[in-house]
Design a protein around this ligand. Structure first.
Ligand code: 13P
Ligand code: SF4
Length: 336
């Protein structure tokens, strides 16, 4: 392998600036990452919203629930987690003895940022005897303040299984929460958070797209706002959207979720026409999650080579955050 050297002293934790390193390019970069994978007995886990090159090199590609399970089941010594921080943190919570690295430590999430553990505890205190179900898009402190974690794949099933005679708080995604209330008939106290990507879809412009493609089906992630969900022919998690496009008889789909998913959709349904749903502001790339796209192949290479930035979590916090994640995994064994 070609010896690519760092020009700087490595920080113990945190940010590696790609400008400070000599990094292979093109095929050599792919080769170097594969070599590091072997040398370090590493596994690369990636979410469907990751840049295409990262999806292509990943050992496992999945939605949030599938990625949590893959992290739980791996025998690798190192997990290179290509997603956002809360996902890599969940992998570390499930794997305290493994090294978990994330290509870019600043790959955050507007939902996770909206809800602190303290804030959630304060809301719970206003509703004595309440239970808290929290979307996996949150940080470890917020998980530790929750009774059960859910993902978009298992949320409906888990909400239906919770005791009915107590107030139920749902955080942090108000759009997913409202959708789940509607689906399950369960009243919930909703945290006021939202995903900046799914909030950007424009109901009016999508209605124009549907008029232009009368045979198309609109498919949407439940993080989208109610007017978009009301128009949708199918609503589901990223993996459910992929399965729908693959198996449904329609040949044209308007896709209301982060655009990165189109890469895997095109592979699974090559003959079908896939149209990204329109956002309010045509001049922005708002249907791309800029947090997810902070990860690049160069940063994946660096994080594997230097084992930085590494996800670290204080042990007491980890144990508290683990409980609601394990409850979720137990309650959703039959969900793919
Ligand atoms: P899922 O892949 O679990 O549907 O989640 C989507 C998402 O927004 C992840 O941040
Ligand atoms: Fe968070 Fe939305 Fe990005 Fe998913 S798409 S990571 S919910 S900001």
């Amino acid at each position: 392998m070609i010896p690519f050297t760092a020009k700087v002293n490595l920080p113990k934790q945190g940010y590696l600036n790609i400008k400070d390193f000599e990094i292979p390019q093109g095929e050599a970069l792919v080769e170097a990452i594969l070599q590091l994978k072997k040398e370090k007995n590493a596994v690369i886990l990636a979410h469907f919203y990751q840049p295409p090159a990262i999806q292509d090199i990943a050992d496992f590609l999945g939605d949030s629930l599938q990625l949590a399970r893959a992290a739980q089941n791996t025998n690798a010594d190192m997990i290179a987690f290509c997603g956002v921080h809360f996902m890599a943190e969940a992998a570390k919570i499930l794997n305290p003895t493994k090294k978990v690295v994330l290509p870019d430590l600043k790959a955050g999430c507007s939902l996770a940022d909206s809800c602190s553990g303290k804030g959630l505890a304060a809301l719970r205190a206003q509703y004595p005897g309440s239970m808290v179900a929290t979307y996996i898009n949150c940080n470890a402190e917020t998980k530790a303040a929750s009774d059960v974690i859910v993902t978009s794949s298992n949320a409906e099933h888990i909400i239906k299984s919770l005791p009915e005679n107590v107030p139920l708080i749902f955080a942090p995604d108000k759009n997913l929460g409202r959708y789940l209330s509607q689906k399950t008939g369960r009243d919930m106290i909703l945290w006021n958070g939202a995903c900046i990507v799914h909030e950007a879809f424009s109901m009016d412009r999508i209605a124009q797209q549907l008029a232009a493609y009368p045979d198309a089906k609109l498919i949407a992630h439940p993080e989208s706002e109610k007017p978009v969900l009301d128009l949708a022919h199918f609503i589901g998690s990223t993996s459910a959207l992929l399965n729908f496009v693959e198996n449904d008889a329609a040949t044209t789909f308007i896709v209301a979720t982060e655009e990165g998913i189109l890469h895997e959709m095109r592979k699974r349904a090559p003959g079908k026409t896939l149209i990204p749903a329109k956002v309010f502001d045509e001049s922005c790339n708002c249907s791309e999650c800029f947090y997810m796209k902070r990860n690049t192949m160069e940063k994946l290479y660096l994080c594997m080579k230097y084992e930085l930035p590494e996800i670290e979590i204080e042990e007491n916090l980890r144990l508290e955050a683990l409980k609601p994640i394990e409850r979720m995994l137990e309650m959703s064994v039959n969900i793919k």
